[in-house]
Write a new protein. Structure first.
Length: 279
């Protein structure tokens, strides 16, 4: 394993051990009290703020998809932290591919309410997927926007969507978000069962890719900045996806980087963006 060429961004106490893993397997999520060090949090905040300042006029702070492919080294350094990869390896095995980062920044008084949905069905990737890594860079409260999950429901498989019901009028489903789970298949007391991420800056939550979750808009005068990181196994299905640069509006293809283990299918997976001839 190559030694990182930068100080660790993780808090010394961060550890994904047997108890944490058992909770994740059983309930579909786990929340860590400390994830980023103070220095790591400051580096992430500085990097996020620079990205927001460099946004193309036609982009919004919620359009920052896969910025690690666009030269934002701080995200790459965070995504390849050895102790974080140890957690991902425990989820899905030794051959790890990093394929998605998302800088979710909700400015004051903005954002939409995102209804209950699952992530995995519409990513266009397949195979064993670990829990998403959700890292707030600001304190998350009911005022500036939270995310909620439904514990234990990761074992239910892909749930039917509202848009797929024959009696659903497509015009009543928001054009920006058509992944809403059919409310009839959710428990009637979902609001009582949900766990809401009211996390402090620098904490982290990991939740199973099939776990239903939802989020609220930012109704406050404060920012709500979050980093999401996603991984998969090296032998998983790697579907194509075209994104748009948040700086230039130029299209680019999603890339898959082997960050630990072996390229078991001989795909020629690059080890980093600097090794990717297409990037």
């Amino acid at each position: 394993m190559n030694k990182p060429d930068h100080p660790s961004m993780l808090h010394p106490s961060f550890n994904y051990g047997d108890a944490e893993h058992a909770h994740y397997v059983e309930r579909g999520y786990f929340v860590f009290d400390r994830f980023l060090s103070d220095e790591g949090l400051e580096r992430c905040r500085t990097g996020m703020d620079a990205m927001i300042e460099q946004l193309h006029p036609d982009c919004t702070p919620e359009d920052m998809i896969c910025p690690h492919q666009l030269g934002d080294r701080w995200i790459w350094d965070l995504a390849t932290e050895p102790r974080l990869l140890d957690m991902i390896e425990r989820h899905i095995g030794p051959n790890l591919v990093f394929w998605s980062s998302h800088a979710l920044a909700k400015p004051p008084r903005t954002g939409i309410e995102v209804p209950w949905h699952q992530d995995a069905p519409y990513w266009n990737v397949g195979g064993p997927l670990p829990g998403a890594v959700w890292v707030p860079l600001d304190d998350c409260s009911d005022e500036n926007g939270t995310m909620s999950i439904l514990p234990d429901r990761h074992r239910d498989g892909e749930l039917p969507r509202l848009i797929d019901r024959p009696d659903t009028d497509p015009d009543t489903v928001p054009k920006l978000f058509q992944q809403q789970i059919d409310p009839e298949v959710l428990p009637e007391n979902a609001d009582d069962l949900k766990v809401t991420y009211r996390l402090g800056a620098g904490q982290m939550a990991t939740h199973h890719t099939m776990l239903p979750h939802c989020s609220t808009p930012n109704r406050s005068m404060k920012w709500r900045r979050v980093i999401v990181l996603r991984y998969m196994t090296a032998d998983g299905e790697q579907g194509g996806k075209t994104y748009t640069s948040c700086r230039t509006r130029e299209p680019f293809e999603r890339a898959f980087y082997l960050v630990r283990g072996e390229d078991v299918l001989g795909r020629g997976l690059p080890r980093s963006p600097s090794d990717d001839e297409s990037g």
